[in-house]
Design a protein around this ligand. Sequence first.
Ligand code: URA
Length: 239
Amino acid sequence: MRLDKLLFETGFGSRRTVKRLLKSKQVQLNGQTIMVDSLNVDPQLQEVTVAGVPIDYQPHVYYMLHKPAGVVSAVSDAVNQTVIDLIEPSQRVPGLFPVGRLDKDTEGLLLLTNNGQLGYQLLIPKKEVTKCYEVVVNERVTDDDQLAFTAGIVFDGGVICKPAQLTILSQSDTESRVLLEISEGKFHQVKKMFLSVGKKVIYLKRLSMGPLQLDKTLSLGSYRPLHAEELVALKPYFK
Ligand code: URA
């Protein structure tokens, strides 16, 4: 990894600040002052210090969690079990956080990582990362509902959603099971979209986020590190 990237990722400021640190001769590699920002270094094999203090380098981890209902998408919570509590203590590295939020009663795919940059890139509205949800609502979904979702739902008296794809999987007069694809992440978005057409969400599960698909072999509450091909698929979001 490049020295400037390492310093940036370990919290020494913007790229410009990192450049300044190097220029002011505050960075040492195995005791030697280094001023070349592009130098390749390995913090697991070499000691990097800034102003004499060794940097605290944590390799990045990426876990796919099948979130169960009843658990909150937070790092800590005084009352509820959190998604971090579902991770083995020995794998709970510092800085681990959920990328985005699923409601307490929502199940499904949640990415946990300590790579803040990746989390940011997956969540910024500009990137329009697609999320697919399996949704059960308490009424029959109509053609008009589908048209409204395609046109762009408006809720909370003026919050306009981007066009969303609504596909009916099965339905009766008292229930519909659908797939909903959205490319934004407003708070309680799916529930509010359905409420705006007079329907209540009674079950919600996230099946995918960007290139990541929920691994069907993961039972509720279990997790696994991302596979190499999943990390490759996330490449557009690594900065
Ligand atoms: N939309 C919701 O309403 N809830 C979720 O948990 C995710 C998307």
